[in-house]
Design a protein around this ligand. Structure first.
Ligand code: PSZ
Length: 287
């Protein structure tokens, strides 16, 4: 079943209008929410971000956060999803093609679930990455449907044998094509400030909170590609990649070339968050 506006319907029943503005202009916003052990993880935070992003682009959401949460949980329940994700998007709706906002238009909401195990091998061994120029627009804090910059970067990374592209704007590391980037130097954690140049990741915020609770010094500051190459540890965060060690950037090994101790501590802290919110242990997820 999928959620289509205010109804749960079989996927084959949902119809997309060829003049939907999401389809033609990428005119909409979206979220990806993780489900562990049948329960949504940080759902409220994702929906508040959706609400904020919708407001930023002048898109009225059909429901408030608590109504949305209820619907999403109903969808997870209807599909008996245990381990996976919910994809949720809202477009400005369908209207005769014209760049300007239509006079009267109904937003179109869809949400569906996908089964997905935790990325155990990546979490254990880490990943290789490459740096690429950040060619995206200047409102990367809006989780909009326009993903061409991210799509092209991810494809380039895969063609270079890497799992993620680390984006660089004016010599500073911003974020990954679909993740936030952290480095560790001399036991301090660094990540790009939450401004217009990055998505304010929910996982990023969880990890900042975990680091603070663990007494790890944190600096939300920009850092250069050189600092990235010479970091003691590097990891990326995201709803599906969780806290994923980075063992190589371009042709440079990070540290000893294996996941570092602070990354491991934060992975453990993240697992505790999952256990607390979703009541399932790391062992149950195959870690
Ligand atoms: O399934 C996937 O591949 C997903 S689920 C979420 C993402 C990818 N990416 C989120 C994201 C992003 O697209 C950018 C540009 N920066 C950071 C992130 C991480 O945000 P959270 O932690 O909220 O998922």
């Amino acid at each position: 079943m999928i959620l289509w506006n205010d109804r749960l319907v079989p996927r084959s029943e949902a119809k997309v209008d060829i003049e939907d503005r999401g389809y033609q202009f990428g005119d909409g916003v979206y979220e990806v929410i993780r489900v562990y052990g049948g329960r949504t993880f940080y759902l409220q935070e994702h929906l508040l971000r959706l609400e904020k992003c919708a407001r930023e682009i002048g898109l009225p959401l059909p429901w408030d956060v608590s109504q949305l949460a209820e619907r999403i949980n109903q969808l997870v329940e209807a599909n008996q999803l245990r381990e996976g994700t919910v994809y949720l998007q809202v477009t400005r709706g369908a209207a005769p093609r014209n760049h300007a906002f239509p006079e009267s238009v109904q937003p179109v909401l869809i949400a569906y679930t996908s089964e997905a195990p935790r990325p155990v091998a990546m979490l254990k061994d880490g990943i290789r990455t490459c740096t690429l120029e950040d060619i995206r627009w200047l409102r990367c804090d809006i989780k909009s449907l326009n993903l061409l910059g991210a799509v092209l970067a991810k494809q380039e990374a895969l063609e270079r044998g890497c799992k993620e592209a680390i984006l660089v704007r004016n010599g500073s590391v911003t974020e990954g094509s679909s993740s936030n980037v952290f480095i560790v130097k001399n036991d301090t954690l660094y990540t790009h400030p939450a401004n217009n140049l990055i998505l304010h990741g929910i996982t990023r915020a969880i990890i900042l909170k975990c680091a603070e609770e663990a007494g790890i010094p944190v600096k939300e500051e920009t850092f250069s590609v050189d600092s990235l190459y010479n970091a003691d540890e590097v990891f990326i965060t995201g709803t599906t990649v969780e806290v994923c060690p980075v063992t190589q950037v371009d042709d440079r090994k990070i540290g000893s070339g294996t996941p570092g101790p602070l990354t491991r501590r934060l992975q453990q802290a993240f697992d505790e968050q999952i256990a607390r919110q979703c009541g399932c242990s790391a062992e149950m997820s195959g870690l």
